[in-house]
Design a protein around this ligand. Structure first.
Ligand code: PMP
Length: 346
């Protein structure tokens, strides 16, 4: 890895971050808080949230087996995707490299930040080639994005291939593990201390059944987490989200039961889909969704919309011609989908 100072944008390296009122007295005991221009009348949300979400991180740490100081929490993992652009990429100069197809927000964030986005095609079987990815980089490549399990294809990539990219690349590698709770593969968050250039993303939006609270996580070296904390909005995770997340973390058994149920439903759904005459291919998946190639994705998508069933039409996505991406729903939802598809006539 290049020295961190070489990778970080000079203005960010030199930045004096905003100092919250509460940062300044940290560690002292007090019971009168008249430092932050808050309303003193307690309605449970009259105070600013903890800017570094210590209590929540302490609850996440044993669950994810990552030390508190290696955790960043943000407003969805979308915040943790955008921040590295703002930390590392000089607009109009630097570039990032990503696999294609993959999660759309990497490219949107690149466009918003005026950063060149270089796509490296997956193979026809949706596999990645580390050498091709490394060959797409130049001296201005700051970040490589690898989403595994990948959205929209569903597959997780071989660990050795991702490791080759992390250990060969001189810049930052972001491994987005939004769907790793549905996969058998060992998560990369256990490797953040081994690889100083690795950032691993995770989210409360999938397995944790909490997309509505907007809580994403990034795991990385303390140096990288320090940079995230300098650049983020001071109070980026609100009080209600922090409270709800603590409540959710207190019910890990429910979460495990949920995941098992989704995996069982995934199996059954894939089997039933593969038997449908309109279905050409059900791609293997390590996520809570399945990519399916059908005879006519546009027509079938519209047909399902009219039946009140919304799937994701990926027909226009690279390598996904005639593909629909279907999230594993409840037994009832999956049954409705299958029965509608059985009734479909061209
Ligand atoms: N990463 C991937 C791969 C995703 O598919 C998604 C959401 N679809 C996200 C991140 C965003 O997650 P969040 O809700 O935490 O912003």
């Amino acid at each position: 890895m290049k020295p961190l100072q070489e990778l970080v944008r000079p203005n960010i390296w030199a930045l004096t971050p905003y100092s919250c009122a509460r940062d300044e007295f940290k560690g002292m005991k007090a019971d009168v808080f008249i430092d932050a221009n808050e309303n003193p009348y307690n309605n449970t949300v009259n105070r600013y949230p903890d800017p570094l979400q210590e209590k929540l991180k302490q609850a996440i740490s044993p669950m994810k087996q990552v030390p508190v100081e290696n955790i960043f929490l943000g407003n969805g993992s979308d915040e943790a995707i955008d921040l590295p652009f703002r930390i590392f990429c000089r607009p109009g100069k630097d570039n990032v490299v990503a696999i294609d197809p993959t999660y759309g927000m990497y490219e949107v964030c690149a466009d918003i930040n005026d950063v060149e986005y270089r796509k490296v095609s997956l193979s026809e079987t949706y596999d990645l080639n580390p050498d091709e990815i490394l060959a797409a980089c130049n001296s201005n490549t700051k970040i490589i994005f690898i989403c595994s399990p990948n959205n929209p294809t569903g597959n997780a990539f071989q660990r050795e291939k991702i490791e080759k990219i992390i250990s060969s690349f001189q810049g930052i590698v972001i491994v987005d593990e939004a769907y790793s709770d549905f996969s058998d593969q060992r998560p990369f968050r256990f490797d953040i201390l081994k690889y100083p250039n690795l950032i691993v993303l995770a989210t409360f939006s999938k397995a944790w059944a909490a997309a509505g609270i907007r809580l994403g996580m990034a795991f990385a070296s303390t140096e990288l987490i320090g940079l995230f904390n300098r650049v983020k909005y001071p109070y980026n995770v609100n009080v209600l989200t922090q409270q709800k997340a603590l409540e959710i973390l207190g019910n890990a058994t429910l979460l495990q039961r949920n995941i098992i149920q989704i995996l069982e439903e995934r199996e059954a759904l894939m089997k039933s889909l593969s038997l449908l005459p309109i279905c050409n291919k059900v791609y293997p998946t390590d996520a809570n969704f399945v990519l399916v190639q059908v005879t006519d994705a546009d027509a079938i998508y519209q047909y399902l919309v009219h039946k009140g069933i919304i799937v994701r039409n990926r027909n226009r996505v690279h390598l996904c011609g005639n593909c629909l991406r279907i999230t594993v729903g409840t037994k009832d939802e999956n049954t409705k989908l299958l029965s509608a598809l059985r009734q479909y006539t061209k």
